[in-house]
Ligand binder design. Structure first.
Ligand code: ADP
Ligand code: NI
Length: 186
């Protein structure tokens, strides 16, 4: 993941790993499964592989080269294959460990980090953060993405610790949006 831009570098993986460990410490589950799934959750994502979903295959390849038992490989592969937001209703149910990593990944889209990632995405894909008038819905913007996706994430979270962290991060984003719009209007 080292070379990935637009909010998916190894720094994202590190934050997801740390948040996942925190959640696991509160809700339980197998810590090793949580850690491996957090580390591997984006490695085979279709957006890094010309639209082809490689999550399970790359996870099996990478863990296959290490001394990892078969049940662990199967479990981690199932998690990374079913964790993505895009899979929606097609996804298989996630184990507790999968729910923890999914929550940790979603938390990284919120708060100060979430704001920066959205701005980085806009910079890479040539999308403005905001446009004048009531046009955030008509034209794709970073601020529009807050409403379309980011402010809806808390309702999708699986675990109570993640919901608690999300509330605090979302409040910070609301404060940012209020200040941003006040400054924009002048
Ligand atoms: P994930 O890999 O967790 O499924 P995405 O690839 O959809 O997440 O997005 C990663 C980050 O990129 C998001 O947290 C968000 O900040 C930013 N992002 C994604 N899509 C958009 C968009 N359409 N507009 C602005 N920012 C976006
Ligand atoms: Ni991710």
């Amino acid at each position: 993941m080292t070379g990935q831009q637009a909010g998916h570098g190894f720094d994202h993986v590190g934050r997801v790993l740390r948040s996942a460990r925190k959640i696991q410490a509160e809700v339980g589950g197998d810590r090793t499964i949580v850690e491996l799934a957090a580390l591997l959750h984006d490695v085979g994502d279709a957006k890094f592989h010309d639209g082809i979903e490689m999550s399970a295959a790359l996870t099996r390849q990478i863990l296959g080269e290490l001394d990892v038992d078969e049940d662990t490989v199967d479990h981690v592969a199932q998690i990374v294959d079913n964790i993505s937001f895009r899979k929606g209703s097609d996804a298989e149910p996630l184990s507790l460990e999968g729910q923890i990593v999914q929550d940790a990944d979603r938390l990284d889209a919120l708060g100060a980090i979430g704001i920066v990632r959205t701005i980085e995405y806009g910079a890479v894909f040539g999308q403005p953060f905001h446009v004048s008038g009531n046009n955030d819905a008509a034209q794709k913007t970073g601020l529009g993405h807050f409403d379309e996706k980011l402010f809806r994430l808390h309702a999708l979270l699986n675990t109570e610790p993640a919901r608690r962290m999300a509330r605090q991060r979302e409040a910070f984003m609301r404060t940012f949006v209020d200040q941003f719009l006040a400054e924009w209007e002048g």
